[in-house]
Design a protein around this ligand. Structure first.
Ligand code: GAF
Length: 407
């Protein structure tokens, strides 16, 4: 049997090396960069609720996007991606969207927001790298936007509050990338806290951290290694279906602003006005909001079994009602359910590929990964990757080498 691809086992994941990106920057631009890290995120429960002004329970993880940034000595600005080995030269005052390279749009949208908000952005050089798997539903794109927004702000000394940077990052995703995402990913990358998860109210943006005590359980992400191409368009369609549901109910309950204000009874009372799909989407979201609050209560009481059960329920709703799962994700959740040492599993993030999140008995993590990897290979004919993750702080400057500023 092949060895499972356990990227977190000691020695098999390239160590996090800020010095590498720093050296690259020094080599290219002959000046010391400011270094910023911004993490990927997981989400325990509360999926597709954020753009419905509902609740989510995310956390930042120990996988980072790194940004090395410094002032340009002339009027030229450049962005360089280590992963793609591609450079884009651009004008900081006119950061237009590009057709190639696609990764640059995440950053150009951020610059556009700074300029439009009246910040005097100077020419810069930036290098990006990191170890957040892309296309895995771990928000590498939000981490990139947040890391770059934070770095740009820090370098210029603008002092923009983190919450504003979160909105700038989200704007970039909406307008330069084209995904009408909610706020969860950018918020989590920017605001995460080591060892803690948090419940975020996506309407008021109030949030509460809590130390995550999973007792004998580890967080294991199983990466399907697929991202089906309809992911972005289907995401925007789901959002529109939810808005349609709100507009139907608003005619009867004028105070309703979003599905956050809706109850299952309201939907039932007007069921005939909903198309079957709209009905399924809206009932899922309303139930999921409720589940996040109940899940938070489970954790407060230390009732992990009930918490895990709710994760399974979420998966079921995402798969059957919201229809954002896929064969590969469903397969991995089913296999996790069959495996004795798992208390909860579900697909995570936008869907149509990416990872499942699993709470696995610590002593059985390797066995779990081996079992699922081999079943995946046998049935889906692909390699599954697995990441055992820990909860880390949100976006920050890497202190040891954090010097330069434009001031
Ligand atoms: C993606 C989006 F970017 C988030 O805003 C959120 O809606 C998530 O899908 C689903 O919960 O990650």
């Amino acid at each position: 049997m092949n060895q499972p691809n356990v990227l977190t086992q000691k020695g098999s994941l390239p160590e996090f090396q800020p010095s590498e990106i720093r050296n690259k920057f020094l080599e290219r631009y002959k000046t010391e960069p400011l270094l910023v890290r911004s993490p990927g995120r997981i989400n325990f429960i509360g999926e597709h609720t954020d753009y419905n002004e509902g609740f989510v329970m995310p956390a930042a993880i120990d996988r980072d996007i790194l940004v090395a940034i410094g002032a340009s000595a002339d009027s030229r600005s450049t962005l360089y991606s280590v992963k793609h080995d591609e450079t884009l030269e651009f004008d900081v005052q006119h950061p237009e969207k590009v057709t190639f390279p696609a990764w640059a749009n995440y950053l150009l949208g951020v610059v556009r927001q700074f300029v439009d908000k009246g910040y005097d952005v100077k020419p810069i050089h930036a290098i990006i790298d990191g170890n957040v798997p892309t296309g895995a539903g771990l928000s590498s794109s939000a981490a990139l936007e947040c890391g770059f927004a934070f770095a740009l702000d820090h370098l210029h000394g603008f002092g923009i509050p983190k919450l504003d940077l979160i909105h700038i990052a989200q704007w970039s995703e909406h307008n330069y990338v084209g995904v009408k995402c909610g706020i969860m990913d950018q918020f989590s990358s920017m605001m995460g806290a080591a060892g803690k998860a948090f419940v975020l109210d996506c309407r008021s943006l109030t949030y509460e951290y809590f130390p995550l005590n999973l007792k004998d359980y580890a967080i294991v992400l199983c990466d399907t290694m697929v991202k089906h191409s309809l992911a972005n368009s289907a995401y925007n369609t789901r959002r529109a279906e939810c808005e349609k549901g709100v507009s139907i109910l608003k005619a009867h309950y004028p105070t309703i602003q979003s599905l956050r204000d809706v109850t299952l009874e309201m939907i039932e009372a007007h069921r005939e006005e909903f198309s079957p799909k709209e009905y399924d989407r809206c009932t899922y979201v309303v139930a999921e909001n409720q589940r996040v609050l109940l899940a938070a209560d489970d954790l407060a009481k230390g009732n992990l079994a009930s918490f895990g059960q709710r994760m399974y329920e979420t998966h079921d709703g995402l798969s059957r009602l919201y229809e954002v799962s896929c064969l590969e994700l469903d397969f991995l959740v089913d296999e996790a359910k069959k495996f004795g040492g798992v208390i909860g599993a579900r697909m995570m993030g936008g869907g149509f590929g990416g990872c499942t999140i699993n709470l696995v008995q610590k002593s059985r993590v390797n066995e779990f990964i081996e079992t699922l990897s081999s079943a995946y290979r046998k049935n889906i004919h692909r390699d599954m990757h697995a990441y055992v993750v820990a909860l880390k702080d949100g976006t920050s400057v890497i202190p040891a080498i954090a010097k330069p500023s434009l001031l």
